[in-house]
Ligand binder design. Structure first.
Ligand SMILES: [Cu+2]
Length: 621
């Protein structure tokens, strides 16, 4: 049985993600954007698939980059090499939706028919010159991200209905709900081509009618949808808001959203605020910007591109109240702003425009084809825990030089910087328009970027819903030489999500409950709970874990939340955490503050792991 215990040791070593002892190289662009590379295709949709790879999806268009004898409209960008690899995504992914399943496979769903030059319909809907794209309206495209350039998009069996501009949200069992969309696209939707239904992946049968989508034309595309801890979905579309119990196909109306339309093409930034022990993992959704255009004004016969975007921010806490609350407004109006959750719990707002809306078209008012004007180049930070009136700040932050208009995107990276790309309010590749087809990739470096990063030891690679806590060691250096910083240390699980059209589908951050034992040598052990025993707080699937000390995040490590399968997730009771303790000069013998207790804690977790692995092996062998 020697081999069995040796195997158990190996398993335990594998289970503890041993932190790579690298610190990100210092940047000379703190608080600034830096142009770092070329995305090859325009980044209409992006997501971080591995610690190194950002996947980029464009619409079918005349990108100079070729693949398999036709223009490429997808790529994979390596952060280590700052270089992109073209990919073939086969069907037209124009304004598709996306998100990640509980087993780690990414979905990219819906889109437009096959097109030719200028985005006009192609003669063949199954491939051929000039772009060799297939009809993407019902497409389901799958990708299992990889680090060795071996992975490619696979076309799965199609949906039964066309969905251009659908929203995808991962559910408690790791399956997907796919909501809304239309048949043939356009600046706004119309009754003749509406698809006011939702369906599931894997399929649960025919699409189900959605009253809110049916009653919120013409701006019901990409409905803003969030899975709530109650298990209901918040759906916000045009002026309306509902809770959807998707198991019973029942909607419960909430208040209308005030001040502005938030859905595409008004395109407000929207995000679920960090779910923390402090707020008892209660969901609050923030909407910022958009456009105060009334339902009968979505006509192309007036100067929409110069209509000021809204500066209004509002929140709703739908499991508690059906009413909205006014939040600190933006310093200036913004349509198409992205809201990105940083591991510190602050939100970075960037991209978008001060005037007009998302979308493109050919009118006498559009700027070339753009329905937006006056790019909003300045990033701004929102601190949810600052006092009201003081939540927005741009201290130390500098603007970009690249307009990020319609079809621009952003995603958090593991090193805590933010990947920014895209912008293309044009019907086909256009490098001479006022707002051209943009390939330049920028990184934004938050102000913590050059700080020495914590290097936590003992992070697990998988997380359960409830169950035993785990211990994470922080050295005195990790605590910036002050053991008391263990008190403010947080451990967060962050899903970076799928960014498109000012929405980041699946993007959310959950802070784990934790306590600490400070040691007299200045190090500390964090005792960290698993996720709360409710997969609706964070659906299963891949995510990143960060440890944040004094506002400085560790480099994120990719982990798996839940079983790694699309299935009902097990929930376990929560083990209670040891009381927090710090070493006291006058109480050197205090058992919790001594290094003996650290050794006990380490030994305890190793013993527990070995026992568990041994039991598993005994069953398996
Ligand atoms: Cu679009």
């Amino acid at each position: 049985m020697v081999s069995q215990s040796a195997l158990a040791v190996v398993l335990c070593l594998l289970a503890a993600v041993e932190y790579v002892h690298t610190q990100p190289s210092q940047t000379d662009s703190l608080g600034e954007f830096k142009i770092v590379g070329n995305s090859l295709v325009s980044a209409q949709q992006v997501f971080l698939g591995t610690a190194d790879k950002v996947y980029i999806v464009d619409k079918t268009e005349n990108n100079p980059q070729q693949i398999n004898g036709h223009p490429a409209w997808a790529s994979e960008f390596s952060m280590a090499e700052l270089k992109a690899r073209p990919m073939d995504i086969v069907t037209n992914s124009f304004c598709a939706g996306g998100n990640v399943l509980g087993n780690g496979t990414w979905l990219n769903v819906g889109g437009n028919q096959a097109v030719q030059y200028g985005g006009d319909p192609a003669k063949s809907q199954t491939g051929g010159a000039p772009y060799d794209d297939g009809d993407g309206g019902k497409s389901i495209r799958l990708l299992n991200p990889c680090d060795d350039e071996s992975c490619n998009w696979i076309i799965d069996n199609p949906m039964t209905t066309r969905r251009w501009y659908p929203t995808l949200e991962t559910l408690e069992d790791g399956s997907m709900i796919i909501l809304g969309g239309c048949d043939w696209g356009g600046y706004v939707n119309s009754a003749a081509q509406d698809n006011p239904t939702y369906e599931f992946y894997p399929s649960r049968g025919d699409p189900v009618a959605s009253p809110i989508l049916a009653s919120t034309l013409p701006v019901n595309l990409y409905p803003l949808t969030y899975l709530l801890p109650s298990g209901n979905l918040l759906i916000q579309s045009n002026w309306k808001t509902v809770l959807l119990d998707y198991e019973k196909n029942k909607e419960y109306p909430l208040d209308d959203i005030p001040d502005a339309v938030r859905t595409y093409p008004a395109s407000a930034g929207n995000v679920i605020l960090p779910l923390t022990p402090m707020n008892n993992w209660t969901a609050t959704i923030l909407f910022c910007g958009g456009s105060n255009i009334q339902t009968d004004q979505w006509e192309k016969n007036w100067d929409i591109p110069h209509f000021p975007a809204s500066d209004s921010c509002v929140t709703i806490t739908p499991d508690v109240s059906g009413s909205y609350t006014e939040e600190d407004p933006l310093p200036e109006g913004r349509s198409m702003g992205n809201l990105i959750i940083l591991p510190t719990g602050q939100l970075l707002c960037l991209n978008g425009a001060k005037l007009g809306t998302a979308g493109y078209g050919n009118t006498t008012f559009t700027i070339d084809q753009s329905y937006g004007d006056q790019p909003n180049l300045a990033p701004i930070l929102f601190n949810p825990s600052a006092p009201a009136g003081q939540r927005w700040t741009r201290d130390g932050l500098s603007p970009s030089t690249i307009p990020r208009m319609y079809h621009s995107t952003a995603t958090l990276l593991p090193d805590g910087s933010v990947f920014v790309a895209g912008s293309n309010p044009n019907s086909d590749f256009n490098d001479t328009a006022t707002y051209p087809t943009e390939y330049r990739v920028e990184i934004f470096y938050p102000l913590y970027y050059n700080e020495r990063r914590p290097q936590p030891q003992g992070l697990p690679s998988t997380f359960t819903y409830g169950g035993p806590y785990f211990n994470v060691s922080l050295s005195s250096d990790d605590l910036f030489g002050n053991v008391q910083n263990a008190e403010n240390a947080t451990v967060v699980i962050l899903r970076t999500g799928f960014s498109t059209h000012a929405i980041t589908m699946g993007h959310r951050m959950v802070e784990l409950d934790s306590s600490y034992t400070g040691n007299s040598d200045g190090s500390a052990v964090l005792h960290v709970s698993q996720l709360p025993p409710n997969p609706a707080i964070m659906a299963p699937g891949p995510a990143f874990i960060f440890v944040v000390v004094n506002g400085v995040p560790s480099v994120g490590v990719q982990v798996m939340v839940g079983s790694g399968k699309i299935e009902k997730q097990k929930t376990l009771s929560i083990a209670s955490l040891p009381s927090p303790s710090l070493p006291q000069q006058t109480a050197a013998g205090s058992p919790k503050g001594s290094s003996a207790s650290l050794m006990r804690a380490v030994r305890w977790s190793v013993t527990e792991c070995l026992t568990l692995a041994g039991t598993l092996l005994a069953v398996l062998l």
